[in-house]
Design a protein around this ligand. Structure first.
Ligand SMILES: [Cu+2]
Length: 140
């Protein structure tokens, strides 16, 4: 028994270090906003939940649907909404990050083609430790 407990302690003690960040997060309700076919950019939104005891960060994203994907934040500057690229999205330990219209978003730049209704768009999120999470966002 003592040996078993020692083993479990070792296992769980190290698991936080060994587990990839991509395995520590859960993504809920990912979607991409449909835009008129002339528009070359759109945005993706989702809620990212961190199941671990440590902070995790998304540092990049890419998608076959767009040439470039950037991490953007929106700021209200004297009534004007301005967005800018940010280096990371940080999800606090045991917390959630809401990526929603008017706030943080994944900016899809240079869409390969117009998005059809309910089309599924793959997004690969790259975490700070280099691990990746694949997400399927619905166009709506
Ligand atoms: Cu943007």
């Amino acid at each position: 028994m003592r040996r078993l407990l020692g083993f479990l302690g070792l296992f769980f003690g190290f698991s936080g270090v060994l587990a990839a960040e991509a395995d520590m997060i859960e993504v809920h309700d990912p979607y991409v906003r449909r835009v008129p076919s002339v528009a070359k950019t759109t945005a993706a939104y989702m809620v990212v939940k961190n199941l671990s005891e440590q902070e995790v960060s998304i540092i990049a994203a890419r998608s076959p649907a767009a040439k470039t994907v950037e991490l953007h934040a929106t700021r209200n500057e004297g009534g004007l909404l301005r967005m800018r690229a940010v280096p990371r999205f940080v999800i606090p330990p045991r917390g959630s990050l809401v990526i929603e219209p008017g706030g943080l978003h994944f900016m899809l730049i240079d869409l390969v083609k117009p998005l059809a209704a309910n089309e599924t768009v793959a997004l690969v999120l790259e975490m700070a430790d280099g691990s990746r999470k694949e997400v399927y966002a619905v166009a709506r």
